[in-house]
Design a protein around this ligand. Structure first.
Ligand SMILES: Nc1nc2c(ncn2[C@@H]2O[C@H](COP(=O)(O)OP(=O)(O)OP(=O)(O)O)[C@@H](O)[C@H]2O)c(=O)[nH]1
Length: 199
């Protein structure tokens, strides 16, 4: 069974992968995400996922049998790629702009097989519909701090879940990693998905 390495600091990605039966080793990439500019949102997510994956996959401390996963999530709204809000004021502005509307959460995925250098990369996209929340709800939500730490300033599985009226596409992709897409990528690299299960 290959060692699964998550090249991400995201607690949500780690929890999602653990709940799905994997036991990832976490090695944070530390990639400066500002280095990629002027590309469409879905391409930005993919490019950043590839940079994060590469930054970890080439490290000497990665097991020789490691399957290394890099990810990046952005919310596309009005053609712009929205990552984490700059600050509380930015989060309030974002919510006043996106309430009652829809956006697309793109998560780029890049999986590198250390054993042979093969890699696959793909983006999954999930349409997210937002409730027409009130100013008071926005203020209360931002005051919790949750929206400041996540792409798009919302979560679908946390406090923000009550402000998401529906999605089209993969749920976990919104959280930060698409499990069906990852299964396909693992298989494309010649491994059985269930061989990664640790229980
Ligand atoms: N729990 C939860 N987290 C979300 C949701 N949407 C986005 N996120 C998180 O928002 C963060 C998006 O920022 P990224 O740059 O992709 O990842 P990061 O957390 O900075 O970690 P790195 O991969 O090390 O860059 C990730 O941690 C996602 O898991 C959601 O609906 N639920």
């Amino acid at each position: 069974m290959p060692t699964f390495v998550l090249a991400s600091a995201s607690p949500a990605r780690l929890a999602t992968l653990r709940n799905a039966g994997l036991d990832p080793q976490v090695i944070v990439s530390g990639v400066d995400e500002s280095q990629v500019t002027d590309v469409p949102p879905a391409e930005l997510a993919l490019r950043l996922a590839e940079l994060k994956c590469s930054a970890v996959a080439t490290r000497a401390d990665v097991p020789s049998d490691g399957l290394v996963l890099g990810c990046d999530s952005v919310l596309e709204l009005d053609g712009a790629a929205l990552g984490k809000p700059d600050d509380a004021d930015d989060a309030v502005r974002r919510w006043k702009s996106m309430r009652g509307r829809s956006g697309v959460l793109h998560t780029g995925h890049c999986l590198h097989d250390r054993a042979n250098g093969h890699r696959v990369a793909a983006t999954a996209s999930t349409t997210v519909h937002f409730a027409d929340v009130t100013d008071a709800e926005i203020a209360a939500y931002v005051a919790t701090g949750e929206p400041l730490h996540v792409a798009g300033a919302f979560t679908v599985d946390g406090l923000g879940g009550s402000f998401v009226t529906g999605i089209e596409g993969d749920h976990h992709n919104v959280v930060g990693v698409s499990l069906p897409l990852l299964r396909g990528m693992v298989r494309e690299l010649g491994h059985a998905w269930t061989e990664l299960w640790t229980r």
